[in-house]
Design a protein around this ligand. Structure first.
Ligand SMILES: Nc1nc2c(ncn2[C@@H]2O[C@H](COP(=O)(O)OP(=O)(O)OP(=O)(O)O)[C@@H](O)[C@H]2O)c(=O)[nH]1
Ligand SMILES: [Mg+2]
Length: 313
């Protein structure tokens, strides 16, 4: 199965919310814009943005484009304002080119998110992704709250041949992160990916702890982590946005990874993430296998969301 087919399959549930309308749109001269707006809201695009998308699509339509193209343009405008025009005007745009590589800004990536969103499995997938790109990768199991969490990452590391720094159960996550960051610098690994807890067993505030972990990494390896990526579960929809804001305020996010898009009809939540959070989406998870973590590409996302073939213009 091609990566685009995986993407399309993964977005199936969200597409169901939109499909009927889009199919009508493609054929009918009478566009029920209100119905379309409603279905966008149902996909968790958010009421304000849904209204904007419909307005923009109507405007596009006036310049003679098909309804489908107009909607594609309006969605892309929200998801990737900069690249939209040139992408759209290129007939049959090349999706292989669209699948760009995602490069971390530095040598250490800290991964954060509430419990159960998919942090640890996403880290395993990222490890594989960067390994395949020829990088030497190391992991750090900074989730010392869940003993099984450290073991889980360790198992992944073993399977992938990625050295995994694991601290003592219930130990200080800052100490784990410090040791791992120092070891990375000493051994010259290209990339260290640090897992963190999604929940704490103490009254201690998770955000305070994450701030500390971040600070401590910088002591072991100056200027790092240059990346802090938040993992968000698509199933939480608009609530995820609230989470994202809190993490962003605390540790300054440089990227977002949206997982479980395959289990959710709320794929529309990507629009408010891009527009309201202003943090780029780096990867999306559309299934449980390693190939189902894909670099985020707005044009491919929109195309997969609205159905049709990869090269349907
Ligand atoms: N369907 C689907 N499942 C996913 C995806 N990403 C992760 N999962 C699943 O989500 C579940 C939780 O994943 P974990 O990686 O353990 O989540 P976590 O955030 O590390 O959880 P804690 O360590 O408890 O905070 C696992 O069963 C994963 O296989 C995805 O894109 N799609
Ligand atoms: Mg975990």
């Amino acid at each position: 199965m091609s990566w685009f087919d995986r993407l399309r399959r993964g977005l199936g549930k969200t597409r169901e919310v939109l499909t009927t309308d889009v199919r009508d749109l493609a054929t009918g001269a009478n566009v029920d814009w209100e119905e379309l707006e409603f279905s966008l809201v149902a996909a968790d695009v958010g009421a304000g943005i849904a209204a904007d998308v419909v307005e923009e699509a109507k405007r596009e339509r006036e310049s003679g484009t098909s309804v489908r193209e107009a909607l594609e343009a309006a969605l892309l405008d929200q998801l990737e304002p900069d690249r939209r025009r040139q992408t759209l005007r290129r007939v049959g745009f090349d999706l292989d080119v669209a699948r760009h590589r995602v490069e971390p800004a530095g040598k250490v990536v800290m991964v954060v998110g509430v419990n159960g969103v998919g942090k640890t499995t996403t880290i395993a997938k990222l490890g594989r992704y960067y390994q395949e790109a020829g990088k030497s990768v190391a992991f750090a199991a900074g989730d010392t709250f869940r003993a099984a969490g450290s073991a889980q990452l360790g198992v992944w590391g073993e399977r992938l041949g990625i050295p995994t720094h694991v601290g003592p159960d219930g130990g200080d996550p800052g100490a784990v992160a410090y040791d791992a960051a120092a070891a990375r610098a000493a051994r010259g690994h290209d990339l260290l990916i640090i897992d963190t807890a999604g929940r704490l067993h103490t009254q201690h505030n998770l955000m305070e702890e994450l701030k500390k972990v971040k600070r401590v990494i910088g002591k072991a390896d100056e200027g790092e982590p240059k990346d802090v990526w938040l993992v968000l579960d698509a199933v939480t929809g608009q609530n995820g946005l609230q989470q994202a804001r809190r993490f962003h305020d605390a540790v300054g996010l440089t990227g977002v990874i949206v997982t479980k898009l395959d289990g959710s009809a709320k794929g529309g939540v990507l629009l408010p993430i891009v527009r309201e959070l202003g943090v780029p989406i780096k990867f999306i998870g559309v299934g449980e296998s390693a190939e189902d973590l894909q670099p985020y590409d707005a044009a491919a996302f929109v195309r997969a969301l609205l159905g049709g073939d990869a090269d349907a213009a």
